[in-house]
Structure formats: structure tokens, C-alpha cells
Design a protein around this ligand. Structure first.
Ligand SMILES: Cc1ncc(COP(=O)(O)O)c(C=O)c1O
Length: 394
């Protein structure tokens, strides 16, 4: 054995998204890229906004001596301040730069948080369907991910969360707008969750954290808004990034924001600054931090994703697919007409349509379509979606 058993096991099982990516590469080489309808990856297909591009050029031109050196592990203080000032408006609570840590994307943020709060054997509860990488992030730091089902329309089921809490629970991790369902958790359900966590923390005498993974916060439709968790529970932490809303996932820039009311805020911030360093990130990329500081609040034109969502939903409805229309993110999670979602996804593949089985997200009997693709991909895939639906209805 040349590599760790744990990594070998993950490689062997391989994530569905990776499998689809490999299958896509094979099919595109065989049939031509325009003949393969690839809905497997959440890689934004819009270019970053002009303001980002300009700020990037300005930051490169303004490069002064010392611009490329080490910095505090939490990030440049002026960048943390700029992010905090924006978040104070967004999250409707006064946040300072001392409550912000710049990270290598939302994935980096989550790993830093989990490294800081988990002891071996601690459990993290997450509502399913969920972003499958959470399994790896939690196990990276000795914890165990415990999933609880949401309701059939993918709204939060706080009774299920209550039933899953044990003496080992350390955190509840939510993601809204959600990958893969596009669901936004309501104010009422977050208030209920906050009350539950208060009650359980008091009862057990240990702090339960509420972690909110929010990289899709700005990608919302029909006037929807994502409520702030800070107003519902003091021991809460936001992990986020600019990967999806300004289309820069390759640049690895994101942040952590801790509620100003968190009970062990100073220890948390010190622990997370250390975790950022010792996980090997050291700090978030310097150039990107300087760019992000001056473009707070921008996003790609979300109406383009709204158009793609509508195009896809109308097309699939007409073919007889059943789903909850998503209010955010750029994923649709329809029911499969056969309980075996892997079989269904394989049938789609025969029509050169690549999607991911819901089982890969803890949502069997469904499949995920990432619609951050060209409109023509959505339009041209419709006959294939129809054919497969008809085949399963026979
Ligand atoms: C729910 C969710 N969380 C975190 C991430 C990781 O984001 P980032 O690329 O900013 O690390 C993703 C990426 O797809 C995601 O969908």
C-alpha cells in the first residue's frame, strides 16, 4: 500500500461528480464537445464582472514593495475590514474586521472552521440532500458527518435535527441556497433551528455551533433573500466565497465571519487563524484579497441564471419531470421516474446528457442538473430528456 487507506477508499469509491467529469471527457472526445450536454459540474459559465477585471488590473499595476510577502494569517487587516463593513449591511448586524478571516474559498473556510472546533469522534449534522464534499471535510478533522433528511420539498425539518443530536454533536452545518436543491431555508425555520440549538447547548452545557455555508447567497431569484443566521443564534459562523457569485472558483478566495455574539469568539478567531496556517493555506491569496476588498457587493448578472433556470424548468415540465422550482444557486434536483437514480442517469448518458445521481448527494430517487451552462446546451438537450422520460414511462 503506497497511499493512505482512507484516501485509497475515497479514490476507489470516487465521487459521482468526478465520474461524470471523466465520462464527459470520454464522450466529448468521441462525439464532439457540442454534441455532449454536460450538466455535471457547478463551474460557473459566466465571465467575472467588468469591475472585477478592472480591479484586478489596478491591483497588479499598483503592486508596491512588500505586496507579495507574508501577512497576518487571517488576511490583510484592511481587507477583513472591507469584508466586515459589507457583511454588516448584508447580515444586519455590526461585524468588525476582527471577526473575519480571509480563506482559500468556501472549502478552505469550512476546513479551517472544522479543524478548529472538532475533537475526534465529534459529530456534525447536516440536512440532506447536501454537498457531498462535507463528508471529506468533516473526516479530515476526525469528525463524523451525520445526515438528516429535509422534508419532501427540501425545507428544513428541525424535528429530524433534534432527533439526531447526541452528546457528541458539535455543530449543525447548513447550506442555503442549497447545492443540490436550490432551496433557501426560511426565516421561520432558521428561528426554530436557533431556538433548538440554544436549548440543546443549555441542556448539555457544551457549545453547539451553527455553521452556514453560503457561496450561493447572491444567486437568488424572484426577489428571494437569504436570511442571516447571526440574528437567530449567537454561536454561528458563516463560510463563504466569491467563487460562484463573481465566477472566480479558480482564484480560491473566500472568508469566514463569526457572529460578534459568539461565546468563545477570541479563542475561535485565534484557533482559526492558526488552522489557516497549519493546514498549509497560510493565508488567502494576497492579490485576490486586494481585489476583493474594492469590489464588495458585486455579482455576475443573476438574471442570466434566472433565464437558464426558467428555460430548463419549462422544458422539463413539458416532458413530465417533477421538481421543486429552485429559488437560488444554479442547480435543479428533479425526481427520477425510476427509483434507481443511477439507472436513470445512465439512460441520460445514452442520450449524451451528463447529470449526477441524487444518491451522490444523499437524495436518492433524484438527479442533479447544474444549469450554469450555455442556453443552447439546455435547449438541445430537451429531446434527449424527453426520450428518456418516455422510455421510463412505458
Ligand atoms: C455548497 C458548496 N460549498 C462549498 C463549495 C466550495 O466552494 P469554493 O470553490 O469556494 O471552495 C461548493 C462548490 O461547489 C459548494 O457547492
Amino acid at each position: 500500500m503506497t497511499i493512505a487507506k482512507n484516501i485509497e477508499a475515497i479514490l476507489t469509491k470516487s465521487s459521482w461528480i468526478r465520474k461524470m467529469f471523466e465520462e464527459g471527457t470520454r464522450l466529448k472526445a468521441l462525439h464532439g464537445a457540442d454534441k455532449v450536454y454536460d450538466f455535471s459540474l457547478g463551474n460557473p459559465n459566466l465571465e467575472p464582472p467588468d469591475r472585477f477585471q478592472q480591479a484586478l488590473k489596478d491591483a497588479v499595476n499598483a503592486s508596491a514593495p512588500g505586496s507579495h510577502g507574508y501577512m497576518p494569517n487571517s488576511g490583510y487587516p484592511h481587507v477583513c475590514e472591507a469584508v466586515a463593513a459589507y457583511l454588516s449591511g448584508e447580515q444586519k448586524i455590526r461585524i468588525t474586521g476582527k471577526e473575519v478571516i480571509m480563506t482559500c474559498g468556501a472549502a478552505g473556510a469550512l476546513n479551517v472552521i472544522l479543524k478548529t472546533i472538532l475533537d475526534p469522534g465529534d459529530e456534525v449534522i447536516t440536512p440532506a440532500p447536501y454537498f457531498v464534499e462535507y463528508n471529506f471535510y468533516v473526516s479530515n478533522h476526525g469528525g463524523a458527518l451525520k445526515t438528516v433528511l429535509t422534508r419532501p420539498d427540501f425545507t428544513l425539518d428541525c424535528n429530524a435535527i433534534r432527533a439526531a443530536i447526541t452528546a457528541n454533536t458539535k455543530a449543525v452545518l447548513i447550506n442555503s441556497p442549497n447545492n443540490p436543491t436550490g432551496q433557501i431555508y426560511s426565516r421561520e425555520s432558521l428561528a426554530e433551528l436557533g431556538a433548538l440549538l440554544r436549548e440543546q447547548s443549555k441542556k448539555s452545557g457544551r457549545t453547539l455551533y451553527l455553521l452556514s455555508d453560503e457561496p450561493y447567497r447572491k444567486i437568488v431569484y424572484d426577489g428571494a433573500a437569504v436570511p442571516s443566521i447571526f440574528s437567530f443564534y449567537p454561536d454561528s459562523i458563516v463560510a463563504s466565497s466569491y467563487s460562484k457569485d463573481i465566477s472566480v472558483p479558480g482564484e480560491r478566495i473566500g472568508f469566514i465571519a463569526v457572529s460578534p455574539d459568539a461565546s468563545a469568539k477570541n479563542e475561535l478567531m485565534a484557533g482559526m487563524a492558526l488552522a489557516n496556517r497549519i493546514l498549509g493555506f497560510v493565508s488567502a491569496p494576497a492579490l485576490m484579497q486586494r481585489v476583493i476588498a474594492v469590489v464588495q457587493g458585486i455579482s455576475v448578472d443573476v438574471s442570466i441564471y434566472a433565464r437558464k433556470r426558467d428555460l430548463l424548468c419549462e422544458g422539463l415540465w413539458a416532458c413530465g419531470y417533477e421538481f421543486t422550482k429552485p429559488s437560488g444557486a444554479f442547480y435543479l434536483f428533479p425526481k427520477t421516474p425510476d427509483p434507481d437514480d443511477v439507472k436513470f442517469v445512465r439512460a441520460l448518458q445514452e442520450e449524451l446528457i451528463l447529470a449526477v445521481p441524487g444518491s451522490g448527494f444523499g437524495g436518492p430517487g433524484h438527479f442533479r442538473i447544474a444549469y450554469c451552462v450555455d442556453d443552447s446546451t439546455i435547449r438541445n438537450a430537451m429531446p434527449g430528456f424527453r426520450k428518456v422520460m418516455e422510455k421510463f414511462r412505458e
